[in-house]
Design a protein around this ligand. Sequence first.
Ligand SMILES: Cc1cc2nc3c(=O)[nH]c(=O)nc-3n(C[C@H](O)[C@H](O)[C@H](O)COP(=O)(O)OP(=O)(O)OC[C@H]3O[C@@H](n4cnc5c(N)ncnc54)[C@H](O)[C@@H]3O)c2cc1C
Length: 389
Amino acid sequence: MAFCPGMPWGAAYPNNKIIGGLLEELTNQLETMDPPAAEKRSCTLENFGPEIVYDHDIATLTMFEMLKGARVQVYLNATAIEPVMHKKNIESVSCFDRNGPFTVKPRIVIDCSGDGDISAKAGVPFTIGDHNGNSMGVTCSFHMIGVNWKEAFAESDPYFTKYTAKGISEGRIHEDLAKLYLMKGFHQDSVFCNSVHIRGVDGTDPMAVSLATQEGRRRCYQLAQFLRLDIPGFSKAYMTQLSPTVGVRETRKLEAIYKIKGEDLANGTKFSDGVVCCDNPIDDVMRDKAGMTHEAVVNNGNYYTIPFRALVPTNIQNLMFAGRIVCADPIAFASVRGMPQCMTMGQATGTAAALALRDKISVQEVNRDRLVTELTRQGVHGLGNNKLN
Ligand SMILES: Cc1cc2nc3c(=O)[nH]c(=O)nc-3n(C[C@H](O)[C@H](O)[C@H](O)COP(=O)(O)OP(=O)(O)OC[C@H]3O[C@@H](n4cnc5c(N)ncnc54)[C@H](O)[C@@H]3O)c2cc1C
């Protein structure tokens, strides 16, 4: 959300039913504002279910309000650097902010950092990217404001390929822009552009991310010029809200008690310790020399769940992780990584942390049936023996 403002919450409705939990609470709050700040829309790309499109700034503010309501102290602009271990526990984490270094002594650490620096330094084994170490492309996104939606979306091809072929052959846009992903933004006459992908970037290397951000902005500007000149409906539009840095889809995948596999998804597996439902397609983006895939992961109407055990390391007693560092093989990863699922993984690990602290046990000892019952009580749908409805 922070790196690519305006990106829709995809995979929020497996089998057209909302996954529930904090994502549903947040969406309800936004949808019932005056004027509404979010709405459910169908995705124009094949195999993606409906998604939630929202006003980015109001959504961020609403999240801050929800955190405040839950008495969470948010510490912005601080970076966690290094864990200090004591036997099988993280005893402290060194951090820094603009005033210098400081130390946090956590009872439990939940690593939601996307990259898993702290988990990796604490000794959790990991892999990067696919079996050959190739990660998905990174992306610089932007909005065009002042688009005539009616003209722009009269086109039946959702990827605008007949236009891009001309732009590429004339050398005006990069060859990786053969398929544009342009979607109606939340606000009337705005268009969100999730198309400028840069291949082969190691998202854990700050210099590689810096270079990709500069190249991404160059390509965004070229594309914005091309949209204005070549694509109907864009002639009076202008570019805004570029990603502050490229959005990184994939870096480390941490090892956990259980690794989610492509077969688990294909079989529509509902794990007894499943913490969130999902039917997102295999959303692989420009890995190495490949293009984009959106192959369906389960038969229409079916879905799978993400097991809690994929968020719990085997070797550290007070660490869990949530989000895109979940333990998954490359196929499963391409499906499980949607924001609604990442948010709910966070809700599950937070809840598990509360249970572990209350009972003074390790995160591995948390009773998984109790966790599922508690998440169900919190409104997460389709877990345990409950149907998604
Ligand atoms: C270009 C792009 C397009 C996408 N499109 C969609 C889409 O349309 N719909 C959808 O649902 N999903 C989409 N995704 C996937 C989704 O956005 C991600 O999988 C999801 O946001 C991952 O969430 P996360 O919390 O695990 O990590 P992130 O969103 O990467 O957040 C991690 C946060 O931790 C911070 N951090 C990292 N290290 C440290 C540290 N050491 N100390 C302090 N803070 C730290 C980072 O700055 C960041 O703010 C897209 C992703 C990308 C990159």
